[in-house]
Write a protein that binds this ligand. Sequence first.
Ligand SMILES: NC(=O)C1=CN([C@@H]2O[C@H](COP(=O)(O)OP(=O)(O)OC[C@H]3O[C@@H](n4cnc5c(N)ncnc54)[C@H](O)[C@@H]3O)[C@@H](O)[C@H]2O)C=CC1
Ligand SMILES: O=C(O)[C@@H]1CCC=N1
Length: 268
Amino acid sequence: MTQRIAILGAGVMGETLLSAILASGHPVDQVVISEKRADRAAELRAAHGVDVADNAEAVAGADIVLLVVKPQDVPALLDEIAGSVSPAATVVSLAAGIRTDTMRAALPDGVAVVRAMPNTPALVGEGMFGVSPGPGVTDQQLAAVVSLLESGGRVAVVDESLQDAVTAVSGSGPAYVFYLAEAMIAGGVAQGLDLDTARTLAAQTLVGAAKLLSESPDTAEELRRRVTSPNGTTHAAITTFDDRGVKDGLVAGVVAAAARSAELSGPA
Ligand SMILES: NC(=O)C1=CN([C@@H]2O[C@H](COP(=O)(O)OP(=O)(O)OC[C@H]3O[C@@H](n4cnc5c(N)ncnc54)[C@H](O)[C@@H]3O)[C@@H](O)[C@H]2O)C=CC1
Ligand SMILES: O=C(O)[C@@H]1CCC=N1
């Protein structure tokens, strides 16, 4: 049976999920969105032919409800939908730092809650979602959420205690990759490449390297070693990175992101 999906909040990530779900073949008449900004709602209705409703209407009759508003807007949204959500529904929060116990406390008994951390490559169907079911979520309910999110990329099911780590690696991770891209492009331009060519070289290198890492059984370190000829160009680059503490700095950045995620979630 086709599940009825409500997407609450249709900003960057909400539209990304909407597009992915529709592109996977989910019937548009089984999807409804709600969006606080009327002009944005109208834009999405025109672009995707999707129904727009207010939050309470959107969740009534929905099997899966996706909360895609900013973390600070989630508590008020949960209060708004608590009276209309079906007890058989699964409510999935994609907001950073919102815990399943917070969701459970705000929603009627029996409503299944799931926490998910997406990332922006879902825009091109290559997202990574870290998903944690709340207590009592059945295998069937979890499978339905996993299958829905897989329309936007890959899904890893992790214990909720690991969500800060997931946020630090894959949630924020695209920004680290773009940071690396900025540096590769700047270095290329400094060596005489035009901006477009430098961007193409860097982007395709990241796509190719990511594909190789994803498909190869070898470690990232081994794949790096294979590019590094003795005393060659890569060796010159990596030695310079190491001399400047680049890897240590990146590891520290991932740790700082996880710490900030824990701080944003508040005390357990
Ligand atoms: N953008 C990213 O890279 C990632 C975002 N996320 C999470 O996704 C969530 C959404 O982020 P974005 O889409 O980037 O934000 P956004 O600001 O683009 O979208 C949020 C949308 O929700 C709407 N909204 C706010 N309150 C509402 C309400 N009560 N009812 C209906 N609509 C309401 C806003 O008008 C806005 O259009 C956040 O919680 C964020 O933590 C998670 C991982 C990555
Ligand atoms: O930077 C942030 O807080 C959000 C969560 C993960 C990606 N963006």
